[in-house]
Design a binder for this molecule. Sequence first.
Ligand code: ZN
Ligand code: ZN
Length: 332
Amino acid sequence: MLMKAWFLTKINNIENNPLELKKVKLRSLNDDEVLIKLKEIGICKIDLNLIEGDAVNFGYPSKKPIIPGHEAIGSVEDIGNKVEEFKKGDLVGISMLYSSCGKCKECLSGNESACKELLITGESIDGCYAEYFIGKSNFIFKIPQEISEKAILTVCNLPLVYKSFKLSLRNLEDKIAIYGLNFFSFLIIQICKFFNVDNEMIVLNEKEERKLNNILKEVNIKKISAINKNYYDGLILFRADDNFYKLVKSVKFKGRIINVTLKSLATSPLLEGKEIISPGIPTKSEIFEIQRSGLLNKITFNKIFYDFENIIKALSDLKMNNEIAKLILKIK
Ligand SMILES: [Zn+2]
Ligand SMILES: [Zn+2]
């Protein structure tokens, strides 16, 4: 069987059309694999980083050409001989976790995203920018029917942001700052509201402030020019730029800075004991937790659909940050 897939052959800015649509033959399944017909493919900031070369220093993509994409929802089309937990027609989700060794200390303690042999979907192995995906059955997520509408959030964005939120706090009385207006910060403001955590969104200018007011009411907004020193217990960064040094000053001694960008941020004695933490890739249990949590119920967001062929437009829109919504490739 043939399928259409988008390949990244050469790292380049999205404006230069770095992806190529090709028809490729689907290989046959191994015993532990599941063939999934994709329905919704999430367009994610992490994809854009990969395509434009921001992940090169981390060694990604670790193969070329590669089919990018690490978040998708689809239905099971076929299963390998030893797969028992899925059947044809099941609604399932795909995440960044493609596979891990299953034997090391990290894997055995449920922290498989720290496994040395971790393979990341769409980064180290072909991903979801395709009509079909073949995954390992123990890294495929069954999607309960009642969450199908919001399922695309549960495989990447929401567990990642929720993890960042938890890391930023020592207790629920802490006050946190959020920097970088995008879909991730849109989610985290809602998470703060759900847990009743005091938060402020730091914006650069009036334009960002207006945008924020349009999409979310009742947000505490602070301009970057007006932030206080030693004020926040935690800071979550969705954008890393020159304001970093100003932002660091706003964090209390021993406060936490969560870096959800791919930029490496300098740690130095000048950080005054403030800790920079990377959230890492959500684990299986963190994804399950989100699927079952009451939080998912409360999160509201818009989806913007693009035809599969229109991927460059979707990625460009994400880059321009024009829409604070979940951008999705839809396969008919
Ligand atoms: Zn993602
Ligand atoms: Zn392992």
